[in-house]
Structure formats: C-alpha cells, structure tokens
Design a protein around this ligand. Structure first.
Ligand code: AMP
Length: 215
C-alpha cells in the first residue's frame, strides 16, 4: 500500500503518518525529517535547504524531488510506504507519479487533512521541539512537565525557526497556494480522501476506515 498525506503545516500529517506506518507496517518517509537530518549533518544540501526552511519557503522542487527519489530507492518498500510532507507542489506530484511508475508502483490513496488557517497558526506558534531527541510539545495542549525542558532527555526545548510568527505566515501562504492544485490533481485520479482534521484519534479512525474499504 502506498499513501501520502496532504495538508497545511501542522494539519497533523506527521502524527497520522506515524500511526499509519505503525499499524500497517509501512515505511514512513517525511521530507521535513530528511531535511532536518541533512541540516544536522551539515551536508552541502542541508546547508542549502536550511536557508529556505528558515525563511518559511519551500525547498526548490528540483532538489526536493531528487532527495525523495534517492530515499525511495534506498528504503524497504516491500510492504509499501506512507509519505508525509511530499508532494507539496503540483510539479512534485507529477514527478512522484513518474518516479513510482518507474518502480512499477502507484499511490493507492491520498489523505487530505483539512483544517482552518486560524487553528493552524495557534497550533504552530505554541509548538516547541526538542533538538536532541525530536520530541514535540505544545505550550497549551501538551506542555512538558518542567517548563522549557524535554520530558524524555531534559534537553532545552526550542521553537523551530520556521514556526516563528513572520516565517509562519509566509509558510502557510506558500503551502495553501499549491494545495488547491494538489487536491484537484488527486481528485481527478479518484484517490483523494478528504478528512476534517479534528481530534487525532477521530482522524485516524477515518483513515483506517478508508483503507479497510479499499483493501
Ligand atoms: P515539515 O516538517 O513537513 O513541516 O517540513 C519542514 C520544512 O521543510 C517545510 O516548511 C519546507 O520548508 C521544507 N519541506 C518539507 N517538505 C518539502 C517539500 N516536499 N517541498 C519543499 N519543501 C519541503
């Protein structure tokens, strides 16, 4: 089974992708996570990508598509995979169709997590992350036990540069500009499943129902 998740930043793509990959034993591929790893490793690409990410911009299509393609070729796709954060542009979606077709594969379903922009701004501006172990918190919904400190490893929590107010607005704008095109692209292929992004467990139940109907 091959899935991807569409949605504006903080619509819950990462959370749902992790749950899908665990329950259905699929490989989880997140372009955001790949970029953060390359930035951490200070590779030439990581240094380049960081400039875009810190400004709230999308990493250019050509680079992103190349990184995704290399990743798809390296990981175990025997049982399938769930993509998270890719595609974000129509060009990426069209390239993904070609890359998968070259591997004899195709997407089975695209989950579109719909959520209001105001809700997203609230979710993103309160998000805090641990740069050491990757744990995510929210100042209001999921605060750490000790203010500013990670529950798991006690490392100092930070706000992602791309979650800061100015960058955040630019990021949301850049993403929503392309979202309509992506929705249209997958709707025409008959594989789009739109799900209002509410409580995590409710969203996941809807995803499971959709998967089980098609399996
Ligand atoms: P995420 O963790 O998915 O929110 O991604 C963090 C940042 O990485 C985004 O705000 C983008 O700058 C960049 N990024 C992730 N995936 C893509 C993509 N498919 N295309 C372009 N940029 C991306």
């Amino acid at each position: 089974m091959y899935f991807t998740l569409l949605g504006l930043p903080a619509a819950g793509k990462g959370t749902q992708a992790k749950k899908i990959s665990q329950v259905y034993d699929l490989t989880h591929i997140s372009t955001g996570d790949i970029f953060r790893r390359l930035i951490e490793e200070e590779t030439a690409f990581g240094i380049k990508a960081k400039k875009y990410i810190d400004q709230g911009k999308l990493v250019p299509d050509q680079d992103t598509i190349q990184i995704l393609k290399e990743n798809l070729q390296q990981v175990n796709l025997e049982r399938g995979c769930v993509l998270d954060g890719f595609p974000r542009t129509l060009k990426q979606a069209e390239s993904l169709t070609v890359i998968l077709a070259e591997m004899g594969l195709k997407l089975d379903m695209v989950f579109y997590l719909q959520v209001d922009k105001e809700v997203l701004v609230h979710r993103l501006s309160g998000r805090r992350v641990c740069p050491n172990c990757g744990a995510t918190y929210h100042l209001e919904y999921n605060p750490p036990q000790v203010k500013g400190s990670c529950d798991r490893c006690e490392h100092h929590l930070i706000q992602r540069a791309d979650d800061k107010p100015d960058t955040l607005q630019r990021r949301l704008q850049a993403s929503s500009d392309e979202m309509d095109k992506l929705v249209d692209y997958y709707q025409k292929q008959g594989i789009l499943v739109a799900i209002p992004s509410e409580k995590i467990e409710m969203v996941f139940t809807r995803i499971k129902q959709a998967i089980e109907v098609r399996m």
